[in-house]
Ligand binder design. Sequence first.
Ligand code: HAM
Length: 419
Amino acid sequence: MDIKAPRGTKDLLPPESTLWKEIERSVDETARLFGFEEIRTPLFESVALFKRSVGEATDIVSKEMYLLTDKGGEEMALRPELTASVVRAAIEHNLLSQQGSLSKLYYNAAPMFRYERPQKGRLRQFHQFGVELLGSPHPLADFQVIAFAYALYRNLGFVNFELRLNTLGSKDVRALWRSALVDYLSKYLSELSDESKRRLETNPIRVLDSKNQRDQEIVADAPTILDYLSDDDRQHFETVQTLLTDSGILYRIDPTLVRGLDYYNRTVFELSSSDLGSQDALCGGGRYDELVEQLGGPSTPAVGFAAGVERLVIVLEKLRGEAPKQCIDVYIVLAEKSATKSLIAVAATIKGAGFSAAYDLLDRSVKAQMREADRLGAKFVVMIGADELAEGVVTLKNMSDGSQERIAPYLLASKLQTS
Ligand code: HAM
């Protein structure tokens, strides 16, 4: 067949799908421990939502969105991220109507779409999990969101990852800093890369993000936001740092960390892994205190993060080797072809006790069934033959030590539980 999966997309196949399930369970469990509840929103939204939140000048909105006009003439976009959708849903369903109410929401393995140049760890359809904590202005909320991400990677066995932290201050402060930055960068206009020249026009703060070496040298001496912070901004940032330090979460302050989406203020952060290569961001997030109001909701401070599942998988596979294939607990070998009734009853008993069971569906010989049991990594084989039928028993074989015994089918469950 000459039709392939679209460039930048991936079919998820076993055994990798088993690893994804483990990650999803881990995210669900971390969310339960931190008291977050799941939200799911549509795969497509009105284009206006992303223009008004992520920002028209950002790469995501200006270059990377999958756009479509539906039959009713509405301009839609496949969602490139979820923060905007979560805020839209929270406003639409009045989750924020009561003063002092908090919404602690999370999403898990949710598909996102960005028309990017595909490479390792960068896809056009990728998946994110993340949290959005709406309603708290306190540094403790920033801390909780960062601690969530940290706990998750730690529990999955990550060791080589770095937390970078910065603040973008509040709106007024950022405007002052931005204009100082433009003055400074304009002096080096002829030396900047073409991309940074463009960004200087459209979104100057993003010049700090440049990977170009000369840009980075220039940026090293640029005015930093840290010199412009108000007392409140500074206090907020210092409290977040103290909370992290007190919890043993190591971080590095990186004044060049500005994030690629326009809605942030105050705390921003990224976790990155040296095991990832050039696309090294495992997750990123920060505060977005103005976004809810900007989208028409009540003034509501908020903070969140999102993480790429594919990138997490790359690191996990490096840590653990390829995902092990799923093994079956019991393979039932049918040596007496007429005994399907017993076969089905035995399979039901095994599954009823919580163990997985498989049997032949291809009318194969006993030898071929034993080979299949091996291929599936069965821990036990239950044999049903003419002798067993006559005696009303089955033969249970432990595949790890080769030992076998004949037992009554009703004892199978307790035998498996104690083996
Ligand atoms: P983001 O930094 O654009 O932030 O994406 C978050 C994470 O998604 C990245 O760190 C990366 O792991 C993964 N990711 C992004 N693009 C791709 C791609 N093309 N292929 C594979 N993985 C990718 C956001 O999306 C914000 N909504 C985060 C946030 C939530 N801020 C506050 N709340």
